[in-house]
Design a protein around this ligand. Structure first.
Ligand code: PMP
Length: 438
């Protein structure tokens, strides 16, 4: 453990009691007995009871360089000592340097950045921008999609459990999700289905909107939805259709950005499509609350009304963006994610051979999931097995995530710097956890 780590030890029972007494109950933690985390380094986290866990979920795909990366810590400390806060009313070097670095890795003409503090805010910024640029207000989103927790974002989100209020934002239409394992249009989900998805978008525009949509918004891989990977050719067709109707394509890279999917910096590059607006958060600053909305010049220039973000582009958060980017470029994380992702995937595919309740293994790079079913014929979702596997993995010292409409998908997204030995160790633990559930 690094010498920077504090030696304080929390009283786990007191933390759990305090959580119950003082925090909102709606943000429910994982596990029957929630984990109280105390320190972490790389892929390892230690709880207040001294137990060590191999973390395959990285605080929801966020600590892409692993926990407490020394370069990020160093740069953030230095910045905190120099200039901790400015607001967008004053210029400073860090937001400019951070934005320049994002422009270097973003596809095509995406060059301008607006910094905010969460994925939700970045989505809000993207949708407002699309409405301003087009002078329109209708948005097409995907079923099974997740966009965040504000009023607009929960209305864009298409999972009843994540929509706490009745629909309240008009003009949002949800089309059929490209969900190959449960494809609405055929199996295997191939080119014919891509045609059908495009027709669905076209028909929804023509029949349920004014015919003049502002944008189509989609995650490249539906993260909360359970790592749903659209088929080849999907985004090319969808971008064509929305653009043919004068709308923009907003790509949500909150989970898939920053090398996560392997080989490329952003998931959408696997489809070779340049989005009009791109949204990112999570892995951007290795755990600091930073998000970004990127677009090309003329779209950014269409926002002429006043706006401000007190914390957006905060010099300390920006220091974390810069340090994270430096390490990511140096370590070539897209290539590493592809290599370690292939190792992880091979191990998970092997597990699926031994357990008939693993309906499908899917994902890209170091973003891999297992959809759990009651049996492979009915494909009935099995949230009970997912709950059991989450607990069993914890018993084996392994942290994984859950997702999917029914909470029946096990989601994995470790540090992109995870080593070969750590992946092997994680797979051994996952195998033992699966055996417990079986
Ligand atoms: N978009 C996607 C694809 C997400 O996965 C999330 C968060 N899970 C968000 C937006 C919202 O991000 P945040 O929780 O930072 O507001």
């Amino acid at each position: 453990m690094s010498t920077l780590v504090s030696q304080r030890t929390a009283d786990a029972a007191a933390v759990r009691a305090g959580q119950t007494e003082f925090l909102f109950p709606c943000a429910a933690p994982y596990y029957q007995e929630p984990l109280v985390l105390e320190r972490a380094e790389g892929v390892w986290v230690t709880d207040a009871e001294g137990r060590e866990f191999l973390d395959l979920f990285s605080g929801i795909l966020t600590t892409g360089l692993g926990h407490c990366h020394p370069d990020v810590i160093e740069r953030v400390h230095e910045q905190l000592r120099t200039l901790g806060h400015t607001s967008t009313l004053y210029l400073s070097e860090n937001p400019v340097e951070a934005a320049r670095r994002l422009a270097n890795i973003a596809p095509g003409r995406l060059k301008r950045t607006f910094f905010t503090n969460s994925g939700t805010e970045a989505v809000e910024t993207a949708v407002m921008l699309a409405c301003m640029f087009t002078g329109r207000s209708e948005i097409i989103a995907l079923r099974h999609g997740y966009s965040g927790r504000s009023v607009l974002a929960t209305n864009l989100t298409a999972h009843a459990p994540w929509r706490p209020l009745p629909t309240s934002v008009p003009g949002i239409k949800h089309i059929v999700a490209p969900y190959p394992y449960r494809c609405a249009f055929g199996s295997p989900c191939d080119d014919r289905c891509v045609d059908a998805f495009a027709r669905d978008l076209e028909e929804v525009i023509q029949t349920t909107t004014s015919g003049k949509p502002a944008a189509f918004i989609a995650e490249t891989i539906q993260g909360v939805g359970g790592y749903i990977v659209p088929p080849p050719g999907y985004f090319q067709r969808m971008a064509e259709v929305i653009r043919a109707h004068g709308g923009l394509f907003i790509c949500d890279e909150v989970q898939t950005g920053f090398g996560r999917t392997g080989d490329h910096w952003f998931g959408i590059e696997h489809w070779g499509v340049e989005p009009d607006i791109m949204v990112m958060a999570k892995g951007i600053a290795n755990g600091f609350p930073v998000a970004a909305t990127m677009t090309r010049d003329e779209i950014a220039e269409s926002w002429t009304a006043k706006t401000i973000s007190t914390f957006g582009g905060n010099p300390v958060g920006m220091a974390a963006v810069i340090a994270t980017n430096e390490v990511m470029v140096r370590e070539n994380v897209p290539a590493r994610a592809a290599e370690r992702g292939a190792q992880l995937r091979a191990g998970m595919d092997e597990l699926a051979e031994s357990h008939a309740w693993i309906g499908e293994v899917r994902g890209m790079g170091l973003m891999q999931a297992m959809e759990l079913v009651e049996d492979r014929t009915t494909k009935a979702p099995s949230p009970r097995r997912a709950r059991a596997l989450l607990e069993a993995a914890k018993e084996e010292g392994l942290l994984v995530g859950a997702g999917g409409l029914n909470g029946h998908v096990i989601r994995i997204g470790p540090s992109l710097l995870i080593t070969e030995e750590e992946v092997a160790e994680a797979l051994a633990r996952l195998q033992r956890a699966c055996a417990r559930v079986a």
